[in-house]
Design a protein around this ligand. Structure first.
Ligand code: SAH
Length: 363
């Protein structure tokens, strides 16, 4: 017998293909998507607007599989962090940040990260693999359920940011499948302004995104010159600042009215001088840009320190005076290591797993 098809994570198109492939009407897709994502039901027998025969059929040929929740921590400031275990044994993290007028979920796209930015603890864990669509959207489902939305519709995740572990544009197909479900009215139905993809600057991915997915874009810039950015974000050696800015300008041309967010981690004595602020202002001069200054969040073994509050303030002043909307991001959840750059999960990097498996003979 064939193993059951996991319907969790199929988007409108792929689920419709599944239903037509088993001689069912395409409208089953909207029914099943609504059950799973709007009502939180992952047991076919409870999908009461499907005929009993179809419910039985689905139970025998399909499944709805989600990662296991290992732990759920809550910070003193109300931030939640979930640790989820995947089939491979690796773990990923997902964070929910409640604010007065909204609640933002920070979602991971890869197990670990291959980019190895020098100030980010996720990169230090190494890289295992891309998450599939089910594993990405499961983070939204698990958080939605845990926050009580399926019982009380006011407990809503209002915004999603792909700013957890990993580089989303190096996992393009799975990320865009998951984005489809975040935006789809039959699933989470979020407006595209409330879903943000953050990238360290994968230029071909930015160009592709401009053409086929409609979400908000954030760029992890962190330095306005190649010399410094090569050190902080090694991906810059492949896609230098000038090439990145050209791709962003083209992106903005294709999406009139769109503002791009630039993230800039504030590292004491490294990238926080007034000179860098002026260079940054010049770099962003002809782009509809907004800047988020992120005070550095330390982690064990790092050589960096957080910029002094005065340095952050004067950096911000210079950008504001140049007419660029600039905010300093408040650090949230750092007591449970849920702040930006502190997500570590439990990554079993490929090379190490291979070695361990060889030594235990389980390969
Ligand atoms: N790879 C993508 C998605 C990760 S987003 C990207 O780079 O955009 C995570 C954000 O937190 C990025 O802006 C990242 O640069 C920032 N960050 C990473 N480590 C940090 C740290 N230790 N302190 C503060 N911000 C950090």
């Amino acid at each position: 017998m064939n193993s059951p098809v996991n319907l969790f994570g199929l988007d409108r198109r792929t689920m419709t293909e599944f239903f037509t492939g088993i001689d069912e009407k395409p409208f089953r897709t909207s029914q099943v998507l609504k059950w799973i994502y709007q009502h939180g039901v992952i047991d076919f027998s409870e999908m009461t607007n499907l005929s009993l025969a179809l419910r039985d059929k689905l139970s025998s040929i399909a499944s709805l599989e989600l990662p296991e929740i290992v732990s759920n921590q809550v910070s003193t400031d109300g931030t939640y962090k979930w640790l989820l275990r995947l089939e491979s044994g690796s773990c990923i993290e997902t964070v929910f940040i409640p604010e007065k007028d909204r609640g933002t979920l920070c979602v991971s796209s890869q197990v670990g990260c291959p980019l190895d930015c020098s100030f980010c603890s996720t990169g230090k864990q190494g890289f295992d693999r891309n998450l599939d669509v089910a594993e990405i959207i499961a983070q939204v489902w698990i958080a939605t359920k845990a926050l009580g939305y399926y019982k009380d519709k006011s407990k809503r995740i209002s915004n999603i940011v792909l700013m957890g572990m990993g580089e989303p544009l190096l996992n393009y197909d799975n990320v865009s499948g998951a984005l489809n479900l975040m935006l789809d009215d039959w699933a989470y139905g979020l407006s595209r302004k409330r879903v943000t993809l953050s990238t360290a600057g994968v230029v071909p991915g930015i160009r592709k995104l401009a053409a086929d997915v409609n979400v908000s874009l954030a760029i992890s810039l962190h330095a306005p010159t190649d010399e410094l950015r090569n050190v902080l974000v090694p991906l810059n050696r492949k896609y230098p600042v000038r090439e990145l800015m050209t791709a962003i300008r083209d992106y903005c041309r294709q999406k009139p009215g769109e503002t791009v967010t630039f993230e800039y981690v504030m590292l004491d004595g490294i990238n926080d001088s007034e000179q860098f602020a002026r260079t940054l202002a010049k770099l962003l001069d002809d782009i509809p840009a907004k800047v988020n200054l992120i005070p550095f969040n330390p982690f064990p073994g790092t050589e960096y320190r957080r910029s002094k509050p005065e340095a952050i303030d004067s950096f911000r002043e210079i950008l504001l005076n140049a007419g660029i909307i600039t905010i300093t991001r408040k650090t949230r959840g750092d007591d449970i290591d849920a702040a930006c750059g502190q997500l570590a999960g439990k990554v079993i990097p490929r090379a190490r797993r291979h070695r361990e498996n060889l030594s235990t003979g389980t390969l």
